[in-house]
Write a protein that binds this ligand. Structure first.
Ligand code: F6P
Ligand code: MG
Length: 482
């Protein structure tokens, strides 16, 4: 499918793409180098101080490999800053590499293959694939996720909002029978849940290059009042249509195409839990992760498992400060709720789309679509799903509702091209429209936006408000199956 509009790229210096190449990617890349240097420092100490032991040659080999990775990443940063062409990825057994490289050839033919000319969506996917390939080709760093500790640290900092949501879920359980007897109450709760899950996307680690800790805490405030105050920032609001659709399901399946680990994944679990525990409409949920570290904070299979085990571990969160008044019952509410999630994982009510113990980088090796996760880390817009990933498309077309979380999924749904903001959503997703009931929950962190009222979009574009990229506005878009 070809859209009638050109893609966003950094040639336009006023776009977020330009700011990303100039400022955000260098920060993210430097962060990886720093992290590797710190680990190397610790490994060197281990060699110097540790007793003679059999594993030391391995430690030395690990250090040597990481120095190679650091060198390559530094080179990448240099090339990026000087607008060099993107280099072909080294071809190992992964057929996706060929996909990326073929696209690069086409871009070169059009003179659009340098860091400041390549379409943003392609370049960014390429960047994370390249980083992954550097680690994936080593012996000692193959399963290393350079963003893992960052994801966990941020998750720990979300304690206040997490405990608050656990308390809400406990209250819902107490009121379960009363809620069941009144469908209008269920509808009201559904909308609170959907908004909680939407705003859970407001904080992602790749944006942290310009958000402060207090910005983050503010964005994670999940109370009713905070949500009401933010409602006017939802520039496209299909909550009612989504609810009307959900009500037509009986014991249906919902799919979450996940975005970020940590707090956002926590809100996805809460929403999924609400759907299966408190409504008759949904009885199973499938979660779709990324198989490689992706856009810094996206959920990988190890992130998925560790989220539940961490929340069940009473030592995971730092103890509250002495002057902080935290009711201990909140921790038992949390334990109670997450134990239910664990049960749902064990009995198949909650399923990951790939086996739970899938290691990083596990991928098809024979050129066939052997799992349903490769497509998410391809450079393709989702309007190509039926032709590029037919098994995935078929599986999703059997779902009762497919929820796409976050900004990158939205960019891929709309192809990341310059649609006028008032283009109808079903037009912007191209041939994907009607394939399955589709709900996109996205806080705006990139230029593309559709389905917005024309006057509002034009007014905002003329104002100083960076509504397309500052993470404070959102789009909640629903499309039925045809
Ligand atoms: O840098 C590109 C980008 O897609 C931004 O648009 C966004 O800030 C981030 O990466 C990913 O956001 P999300 O985690 O919501 O997909
Ligand atoms: Mg993300």
């Amino acid at each position: 499918f070809e859209s009638p509009y050109p893609p966003y790229d950094p040639i336009d210096k006023s776009g977020f793409s330009y700011e990303t190449v100039v400022k955000r990617w260098p920060v993210i890349i430097t962060g990886i180098i720093d992290r590797l240097c710190r680990i190397n420092h610790d490994l060197t100490l281990e060699i110097q101080q540790g007793p003679e032991s059999a594993h030391l040659p391995n430690v030395q080999a690990k250090i040597t490999e990481s120095k190679g990775i650091i060198e390559q990443i530094s080179k990448l940063k240099y090339h990026m800053g000087r607008d060099h062409p993107l280099e072909p990825l080294v071809d190992d057994a992964d057929p996706m590499i060929k996909t990326y490289n073929d696209e690069l050839v086409l871009l070169a033919e059009r003179g659009k293959n340098t860091w400041f000319t390549t379409p943003w969506l392609y370049a960014e996917c390429y960047l994370y694939y390249l980083l992954r390939s550097l680690f994936g080709r080593t012996q000692h760093w193959r399963e290393f996720d350079p963003f893992f500790s960052q994801k966990m640290d941020m998750f720990k900092q979300s304690r206040v909002a997490i405990l608050q949501l656990a308390k809400t879920m406990k209250e819902l359980e107490t009121d379960h029978d009363m809620i069941q007897s009144d469908p209008s109450k269920l509808g009201v709760l559904f909308k609170e849940m959907i908004q909680m899950c939407l705003w859970g996307n407001a904080t992602d680690l790749s944006l942290l290059t310009h958000l402060t800790q207090s910005d983050i805490e503010h964005l994670q405030t999940v109370g009713k009042d905070a949500q009401a105050a933010r409602k006017e920032f939802i520039l496209r609001d299909d909550q009612e249509a989504a609810w009307k659709h959900l009500e037509t399901l009986r014991n249906g399946r919902v799919d979450f195409v996940l975005d970020n680990a940590g707090f956002e994944l926590f809100t996805d679990f809460v929403f999924a839990d609400f759907l299966v525990t408190h409504t008759p409409f949904v009885s199973s949920v499938v979660f779709h992760p990324k198989l490689i570290p992706w856009f810094v904070s996206d959920v990988t299979p190890p992130d998925f498992s560790v989220t539940i085990s961490s929340l069940l571990d009473s030592s995971f969160f730092p103890r509250p400060a002495a002057d902080e008044d935290v009711n201990p019952s909140l921790y038992s509410d949390l334990f109670h709720m997450v134990s239910r999630w664990q049960k749902y994982v064990d009995d198949g009510t909650f399923k990951l789309s790939v086996p739970l113990n899938t290691p990083l980088g596990a991928s098809r090796v024979d050129g066939t679509e052997s799992n349903l996760a490769d497509f998410w880390t391809s450079p393709y817009p989702y309007w190509d799903m039926e032709s590029r990933a037919p098994l995935l498309w078929k599986s999703l077309s059997e779902s009762g509702l497919v929820i796409f979380k976050g900004d990158l999924n939205y960019r891929k749904l709309t192809g990341d091209v310059k649609w006028p903001a008032w283009t109808p959503f079903d037009e912007a997703v191209g041939p994907l429209a009607g394939s399955f009931p589709l709900l996109s929950l996205r806080t705006n962190k990139a230029d593309v936006a559709v389905g917005v009222d024309k006057e509002i979009a034009q007014r905002l574009d003329q104002s100083d408000v960076k509504w397309r990229v500052n993470g404070k506005y959102a789009l909640l878009s629903f499309l039925p199956k045809s």
